[in-house]
Design a protein around this ligand. Structure first.
Ligand code: PMP
Length: 409
């Protein structure tokens, strides 16, 4: 018998099945229009609009000149950085993996790679992941690429986009291996109160589930909210928890591409072996910059937080005043997630947008304002609006959108 012929498709089914990031697509479309001279205001950004702090730049400058940074280094990350990440984690969330135990930290090429590596390391084909929605677009794609099956558990504006233990339990099957948890959340800005983190953590532990908890927005919380770390609230869970984080949002370092995962020894060892073949070490200069960031002060993020808070309140009051728009108060990150359902099917400038993709397209054409439709986050009927932009632009953009939507009949 001859071996089966290779598939004739040019791109593999696995890679061909990926949907390109919708948030990056909206950003690109807005940028394209801007380049043509259009006064587009983009609410698509997933990054702080502040400069990377000076102490980080200085460390990077020195690192460039140091020849010790010009060659390959350990795939898992510079030992000093892994230790500093362990120390920073105790300082910021109270999760203690031991300063002398950097073997529980893997430095990755951005938080994004930590997301994918965590799933790739934990999932076998067919393993199910409970994925609270609205979800960040990268999660389901990473789960599928890793051979897993995302099982969406949807929460809406009536519960502030927080899923309950009852909902999770209803979605659990004998194939469920992992729960993905993120608080503060992208795209909703929702923050889980401590009791709910505890209830979900206990339930996960009782059912032998793994938890991948994404803490990248840990410092961006408002109105006195706190975002406790699940393995700190439920310590029994630590042996089955992978914590994801990075420097992108806290230190305004999205382009530097440094993130990490923290987990049990065996998981981190396996994820490190994988990374050693995938890409080797993360850029040493970027790691040195990240080292200065995580071992330095948090002043920059606190200043950003205060600016974000002002904008959050402003944007919230302007958006809630638009007839038909429903929006719970977001307590974290830098996103608002209004429901636009009441406006769908209404006539605006001769069109009747039936879904939020069509409504977002109309708003981009007619008001020159770019928003990301909820379809990108598993929940049609909503918009994600980032307030990581100058306050004047924020007000101008929402006002233009409000004026257009006021025409809805
Ligand atoms: N997690 C969440 C929830 C995010 O929103 C992002 C950035 N959009 C990341 C992880 C990854 O960030 P980065 O790859 O830039 O470190």
């Amino acid at each position: 018998m001859s071996a089966p012929a290779p598939s004739s498709s040019r791109v593999s089914a696995r890679i061909g099945g990926i949907t390109p990031s919708a948030t990056l697509a909206v950003d690109a479309k807005a940028r394209e229009l801007k380049a043509q001279g259009r006064p587009v205001i983009g609410f698509g950004a997933g990054q702080p609009d502040f400069p990377t702090p000076d102490n980080v730049l200085e460390a990077a400058e020195a690192a460039v000149r140091d020849r010790g940074n010009h060659g390959y280094t350990a795939a898992g990350g510079l030992p000093e950085l892994r230790e500093a990440i362990a120390a920073k984690t105790v300082r910021d969330s109270g999760f203690d993996v031991g300063h002398q135990d950097p073997g529980r930290v893997l430095v990755t090429n951005g938080g994004k790679q930590a997301v994918y590596s965590a799933f790739a390391t934990l999932l076998d084909p067919g393993d199910e992941v409970l994925l609270p929605a609205p979800y960040w677009t990268t999660y389901p794609e990473s789960i599928v690429l890793a051979g897993g099956v995302p099982v969406q558990v949807t929460a809406d504006e009536t519960t502030g986009y927080l899923v309950t233990v009852e909902q999770l339990e209803a979605a659990r099957t004998p194939r469920t291996k992992v729960l993905l948890f993120v608080s503060p959340s992208n795209p909703t800005g929702a923050v889980y109160p401590r009791e709910q983190v505890e209830a979900i953590g206990r339930w996960a532990h009782e059912n032998g589930l793994w938890v991948i908890t994404d803490e990248i927005y840990e410092h961006l919380v408002y109105d006195g909210a706190e975002a406790p770390s699940m393995p700190v609230v439920v310590p029994e869970l630590a042996d089955r928890t992978v914590v994801l984080n990075g420097v992108a949002k806290t230190y305004s370092m999205t382009g530097w591409r440094v993130g990490w995962l923290i987990g049990p020894q065996d998981v981190v060892k396996a994820a490190t072996a994988y990374q050693s073949h995938l890409c080797g070490n993360v850029s040493n200069v970027a790691q040195r910059a990240a080292l200065a960031a995580v071992s330095g002060p948090l002043d920059a993020v606190f200043a950003m937080r205060s600016a974000f808070d002002t904008r959050r309140k402003r944007a919230l009051s302007l958006l809630s005043a638009i007839p038909g728009v429903e929006i719970p108060v977001p307590l974290g990150a830098f996103y608002l997630y209004p429901s636009m359902k009441a406006l769908l099917g209404k006539e605006i400038r001769g069109e009747r947008p039936a879904d939020t993709v069509a409504l977002a397209d109309l708003i981009l054409r007619e008001a020159e304002v770019a928003v990301v439709p909820g379809e990108a986050f598993g929940t049609p009927g909503y918009f994600r609006i980032s307030y990581a932009l100058a306050e004047d632009d924020l007000v101008e953009g929402i006002t233009r959108m409000a004026d257009l939507l006021a025409e809805a009949r």
